[in-house]
Write a protein that binds this ligand. Structure first.
Ligand SMILES: [Zn+2]
Length: 223
């Protein structure tokens, strides 16, 4: 694991962080895909866990949720607006997915439904982080923001990964996985208004050059 902020570690992924899982204290943030079983279980084996908290219930964030919660006997937390997806009442791979190849890939990453033991709302606290609702990419997307030092876990509100080159680069989440890109841009502005000191995204390395992030926000189309 790599320390990415005080008291926050990111699970290793070879050769670089593509699908991120963070550990802050004894709370695990996100559960990668079903393909990540070895690397995730291997790295959390000796760590104390009290909760698995999702940034949102998409297949690359909830893949191992059921298995981790069962194996470690811990509750699962996600935002109220993603409970139906996490518990299997609505499809997890959003209805906006029309490309059959991508749809198959996503389906192969997806983990089974699991009951949500702790339903999150804006203003709640998880491991010292405050919950902010940030829909647009997923209905129940949240930002976890630690007021004391403005460390921010942002899920897929932004990515720091160029999906073509595999290198870092700040961007909006891909449109094909985002049910309302304009709504997500409002969430990006909400993220910027928090004035984060470091942004820990769902995909790609930590964003430490906040001036670069602010430039990106300034260049977003107005909605
Ligand atoms: Zn994602």
């Amino acid at each position: 694991m790599k320390a990415v902020a005080p008291g926050v570690e990111r699970l290793d992924q070879f050769p670089r962080p593509i699908i991120n899982v963070y550990l802050a204290g004894d709370v695990l943030f996100d559960a990668a895909t079903t393909w990540d079983r070895r690397r995730v279980f291997g790295q959390i084996r000796d760590r104390e866990l009290s909760l698995l908290a999702l940034t949102h219930a998409h297949p690359d964030h909830q893949g191992l949720a059921r298995d981790i919660c069962r194996d470690r006997d811990i509750p699962l937390a996600c935002h109220a607006d993603d409970v139906d997806a996490m518990e299997g009442r609505v499809p997890i791979s959003g209805e906006q997915l029309t490309n059959p190849v991508v749809r198959r890939l996503q389906a192969s990453w997806e983990g089974p439904p699991h009951p949500v033991g702790r339903v999150l709302e804006e203003g709640d606290e998880v491991a010292g982080f405050k919950v902010f609702h940030a829909p647009g990419h997923a209905r129940g997307e949240v930002i976890y923001f630690r007021e004391a030092d403005r460390v921010t876990i942002c899920g897929d509100v932004i990515r720091n990964l160029n999906y073509l080159t595999g290198m870092s680069g700040i961007g909006e989440p891909p449109e094909m996985f985002t049910y309302d890109p304009a709504e997500n841009r409002r969430s990006i502005r909400k993220l910027a208004d928090l004035n984060p000191s470091v942004i820990l995204p769902g995909h790609g390395p930590a964003v430490t050059d906040i001036a670069d992030f602010e430039r990106f926000v300034g260049e977003l189309p107005a909605d």
